[in-house]
Design a protein around this ligand. Sequence first.
Ligand SMILES: NC(=O)c1ccc[n+]([C@@H]2O[C@H](COP(=O)([O-])OP(=O)(O)OC[C@H]3O[C@@H](n4cnc5c(N)ncnc54)[C@H](O)[C@@H]3O)[C@@H](O)[C@H]2O)c1
Length: 279
Amino acid sequence: MDDLNGRTAVITGGASGIGLAMAQRFGAAGMNLVLADVEQDPLAAAIDRLSDAGVQVVGMQCDVSDLDAIRELEGFSREQFGDVHLLCNNAGVGSGGLVAEPDDIDLWRWVIDVNLWGVIYGCKTFLPAMVEHGHGAHIVNTASMAGHASAPLMGPYNVSKYGVVALSETLVKEMQMTGTGIGVSVLCPAFVQTAIGSSRRNLPDTLRADLDEPPSDTQSMIEQLIAAGIPPADVADAVHAAVVDNTFWILTHDDSKAAITERAREIVDGINPTATGFV
Ligand SMILES: NC(=O)c1ccc[n+]([C@@H]2O[C@H](COP(=O)([O-])OP(=O)(O)OC[C@H]3O[C@@H](n4cnc5c(N)ncnc54)[C@H](O)[C@@H]3O)[C@@H](O)[C@H]2O)c1
């Protein structure tokens, strides 16, 4: 999709981090924007900031793990700007924990509901009208390098992001098979300087008691890695280029290719996985 000016993008998780940077990048390219986010105040602030920069932008508070809310978002977007040309299924949360820990099933469910079901709902809800309008469209699903390499203590996050990679690979092939002309990209960053380390701010009320726990050593280490990550604007530039050039894989970090190659080599050589730290 090389001509973005005047077209419409819907971005979930658009109030912060990578989603907000994508909004700024696609807004600068002249797109109308619909931002969806579960956090009302940051969403309102993001909309004010973009409007002040001259972008046509509206927002809807929306929990992507709620199918009815995603259906409402789809209707709202068409009502506001007509056909949707770009969908960025980006909202996500981070949380970890040992697989052997028996008492955190609800945390696992929360992460997978937001990170994987949110993307599935987005694709299933927006695709029919994108196919029907036939003016060209593109879907960007935000996965992670955690969708290519499974660091220990990150079980629910890894599972959700492998799922997003698998969904996206399936979708791009189906779009080719059915000749829809709809492009698909999967975004796989390593660490980016965002607020993902404080994802628990968005825990559902039923899980809020966990918020009182002091940060674990793992949590502190992850926060340091995030702080040393790349700026979200660099990720947004890579996403913009992938949409314009219709590129599927978006790898934003120099060492990602080596990590993926190494894992593939270990699989074909029959080498057992070892705990070497985080990607
Ligand atoms: N920051 C990183 O290092 C990194 C690396 C790889 C992938 N990612 C992925 O990038 C995406 C964006 O995260 P980020 O790093 O910008 O973090 P962030 O916390 O800055 O932004 C995430 C946004 O998603 C929103 N959100 C959370 N739960 C939601 C829900 N249920 N419904 C709607 N919105 C919801 C948050 O309110 C927030 O505005 C996520 O999918 C994340 O997994 C991040």
